[in-house]
Design a protein around this ligand. Sequence first.
Ligand SMILES: C[S@@+](CC[C@H](N)C(=O)[O-])C[C@H]1O[C@@H](n2cnc3c(N)ncnc32)[C@H](O)[C@@H]1O
Length: 234
Amino acid sequence: MKLTEFSEIWGVVGPQQNRTKCPEYRAYNAYKSLKIAIEKGIEGDVVELGVWKGGISALFGRLCEDEGKGRVAWAFDSFQGMSECNEHDMAEGEDAVRLAREPGVQLHNFDLNDFNHTCFDLMKLKTSCVRAVPGWVNDTLPRYAPQIKAISVLRVDLDWHEPTLDAFNYLYDKVSPGGYVICDDFGYWKGARKAILDFRNARGIEDPIIQTPNIDGSPLPDIKVGTEHYWIKS
Ligand SMILES: C[S@@+](CC[C@H](N)C(=O)[O-])C[C@H]1O[C@@H](n2cnc3c(N)ncnc32)[C@H](O)[C@@H]1O
């Protein structure tokens, strides 16, 4: 993997610009997954659900544009914050759900203009490489999923149980063999983890779940610090 290429992208969307909630190791995992998928010729678009200001979607868009083969980075988000949570949505020992739903919290304080600014002003992408789908995913997925033929990288970062399950129900079957399924919230939000594990059980999916390592490949200390996990679809 070219660390210089990743560093350039991270310089555009990373902490200085505040365009993503993801720490560097998760952005690097997004980068690495799509790079490998491109190198291996894994078919399909890239789909991120829960994109906030679009830093990771812009990273995906940059790689799609540079590949130049018409791969598109789809970005599903309400662009107005979190939906209602249900009884499964909690994080270990913290009042995290209440905090995540506070109007002042940055998860609500953004809109589609922020996303467009990230992708088109900062990352300077062609509009054809990125497709934003604004709205609650239970409304947008039934309408837009049929337009997505295949997926090489599916990145789910919606925090809550219900939309996470919607994402898997509508999109998992489109992930190509060898494609990446990245679950940002697996180690932190219990509802998202339940949705993912229930889906895997119901479908008999046994592909090993891998904890995303640190950028240097070293393991992260525990499931909560190293919250992101992924698997490669067999
Ligand atoms: C943790 S943030 C995503 C962070 C993002 N991946 C990044 O790189 O910064 C969770 C996102 O999920 C979105 N969201 C939550 N529930 C949603 C729903 N039901 N439908 C659509 N978007 C939703 C929120 O608007 C928020 O942008």
